[in-house]
Write a protein that binds this ligand. Structure first.
Ligand code: SAM
Length: 272
């Protein structure tokens, strides 16, 4: 039986594969979908785990619900990346009027619809619009405003380098009330994390939050959020109760706790 291995420098995570569902190269990346014994289906792009069925909610719920509950009334939402549909599924749990997903690689969307299914029908929801194009180009000179913009982008690679550029964040800051992005592992990729933090903070105020995602590099994952509004825990609890959303990982206590940072993470954003 085969094993999948993801390397983080000289360290690796090894997961036993039950079946290879797909393995091909799109115009942009190497796409693999496996069935595994421990984690269910697992999507891998360019050798890096993007999600597994067992823990994808840990990631998608924190990426989406922290910004969505930070906004008092999110109606129009933009997702950049996220072609697997997990973020779209979580956004549509809120009473939004419109959710636009802009994914560069149509093959990720097609494969996810056909063989993964974590979108739970989100791609067919009448409130959803899926555009297959470059999300960075899309936000440039966009006249429209969005209540929330969420960046569910890939790990660092040549074709998505601009997804962490100052210009991209500046364009987003002009059209969003609340902005959030995944920001990799501060432990495994501190330089990349710091660069994202610096680029965003050069155009808008930003806060870091973290959580545990077992199949991401060594488990600790980070996110960055900008919001003009700073709701209290009471506000978040009230919004959570009012919106009646069912989650697996996220709740208001986890939301508040995710902003408690260890000293070493604080030092990365302050000092390096
Ligand atoms: N959950 C993942 C993680 O952090 O490991 C990320 C999700 S993955 C599905 C991210 C998606 O972003 C990929 O499908 C990739 O094609 C897409 N992407 C990369 N660069 C992009 C860009 N410039 N515009 C839109 N989508 C992009």
């Amino acid at each position: 039986m085969e094993w999948f291995e993801e390397y983080y420098g000289d360290v690796a995570l090894k997961i036993k594969i039950k079946k290879i569902i797909a393995d091909f190269h799109s115009k942009y990346q190497h796409i693999q979908l496996f069935d595994t014994f421990e984690f269910g289906k697992m999507l891998v792009l360019d050798g890096k785990i993007q999600l597994t069925e067992r823990d994808e909610a840990f990631y998608h719920e924190m990426l989406v619900h922290v910004p969505m509950f930070t906004h008092r009334n999110p109606e129009k939402v933009l997702i950049i990346g996220g072609g697997d549909g997990g973020s779209l599924r979580e956004v549509l749990k809120h009473d939004v009027s419109e959710a636009v997903l802009v994914e560069l690689d149509g093959e990720v969307v097609e494969l996810s619809k056909k063989h993964l299914g974590i979108d739970n029908g989100a791609f067919e929801d009448p409130r959803a619009t899926v555009l297959i194009e470059d999300g960075i180009e899309f936000v440039k000179n966009l006249g429209e405003r969005f209540d929330v913009i969420i960046v569910d982008g890939t790990d660092p690679n040549p074709y998505s380098e601009h997804i962490m550029s100052r210009e991209f964040y500046e364009a987003c800051s002009k059209i969003a009330d609340v902005f959030a992005t995944q920001s990799q592992s501060p432990f495994v990729q501190p330089d990349y994390f710091k660069k994202m933090f610096d680029n965003i903070s050069s155009v808008m105020d930003v806060r870091v939050y973290i959580n545990f995602v077992p199949t991401y590099p060594l488990g600790l994952w980070s996110y960055l959020i900008h919001s003009d509004e700073s709701p209290s825990l009471d506000d978040i609890e009230k919004r959570f109760a009012d919106r009646g959303i069912r989650t697996e990982h996220y709740n208001p206590e986890v939301h508040a706790a995710s902003f408690a940072l260890p000293e070493w993470v604080k030092r990365i954003v302050k000092d390096r």
